[in-house]
Design a protein around this ligand. Structure first.
Ligand code: NAP
Length: 251
């Protein structure tokens, strides 16, 4: 059997694709001939830049605004995508946020907002794209978790909970969609050079780096290349797995 190496003819929705890891994933998938939906919440100009970049590569692309934590907004976005691009073959649940505080200072609102975006947002997008992915028969659900979901992390009880939660979610969806041939997997990056890492104080960044055997933070490309592999037909026999991309950190 000779496997198709490109994503030609596939439509991929990447949530939170206006910046950081999501942006890198969106352009990486376009680089292997996918058409890409660039979801964003507030960074409109940046999302349109990503769309322009993908169109310059010769692929179809659209910007799609919505807050993934709001089910009705996600539903409306998917309807727009269906009208413009047809069914979605690959969903990358990448949109995420953090509100870091030691547990005693964490408010119920801090707890809830991070759960709403990182976990409920993943539920919302997966629920609205589920039939498309199953119908694709070699469709892909790819959830972006974190090493923090595997290890926990000081000051990130809410964030760590959401990123661990994605493991059980992914594994269950993988089992439920397995009959169709479509797959669900998690990619769990270590610490990646994006705006999210910029928010971490220098002293804490140094402590983190001491725990990374490869002795560097990840570039966005370290993660997007793995997502491209998971999205490709080459990963067809892998489902329900967690791919750790963390420079060798223990967990
Ligand atoms: P980032 O630079 O802060 O970018 C976050 C992206 O998510 C932006 O495009 C943002 O859109 C979007 N977003 C946030 N809330 C949203 C919402 N409610 N609805 C729709 N979009 C929303 O983050 P990043 O570092 O690239 O992280 C991307 C993913 O990787 C996250 O799930 C994060 O947890 C995970 N991760 C990151 C690291 C790291 O070290 N950076 C490590 C492990 C895992 P707008 O700009 O339009 O608001």
């Amino acid at each position: 059997m000779v496997l198709r190496k490109t994503l030609e003819g596939q439509t991929c929705l990447v949530t939170g694709a206006s910046r950081g890891i999501g942006r890198g994933i969106a352009t990486e998938l376009a680089n292997v001939d996918a058409d890409v939906v660039v979801n964003y919440r507030s960074s409109e100009a940046e999302a349109h830049e990503v769309v322009d970049e993908i169109e310059d590569m010769g692929q179809r692309a659209m910007a799609a605004q919505c807050d993934v934590s709001e089910y009705e907004e996600v539903e409306a976005m998917i309807e727009d995508v269906h009208d413009a691009m047809g069914n979605i073959d690959v969903l990358v649940n990448n949109a995420g946020m953090n509100i870091d505080k030691v547990f005693k200072q964490l408010t119920p609102e801090d707890w809830q907002r991070v759960l709403d975006v990182n976990l409920t947002g993943t539920f919302n997008c997966t629920h609205c794209c589920y039939d498309d992915i199953v119908e694709a028969e070699d469709g892909r659900l790819i959830n972006i978790s974190s090493v923090v979901g595997q290890q926990g992390n000081y000051g990130q009880a809410n964030y760590a909970t959401t990123k661990s939660g994605l493991f059980g979610f992914t594994r269950t969806i993988a089992l439920e969609m397995a009959q169709s041939g479509s797959t669900a997997n998690c990619v769990a990056p270590g610490f990646v050079k994006t705006d999210m890492l910029d928010g971490v104080p220098d002293r804490v960044r140094e402590q983190i780096l001491e725990r990374v055997p490869l002795d560097r933070f990840a570039e966005v490309e370290d993660v997007s290349g793995i997502v491209r592999f998971v999205a490709s037909p080459e990963s067809s026999y892998m489902t329900g797995q967690i791919l750790a991309v963390n420079g060798g950190m223990e967990w």
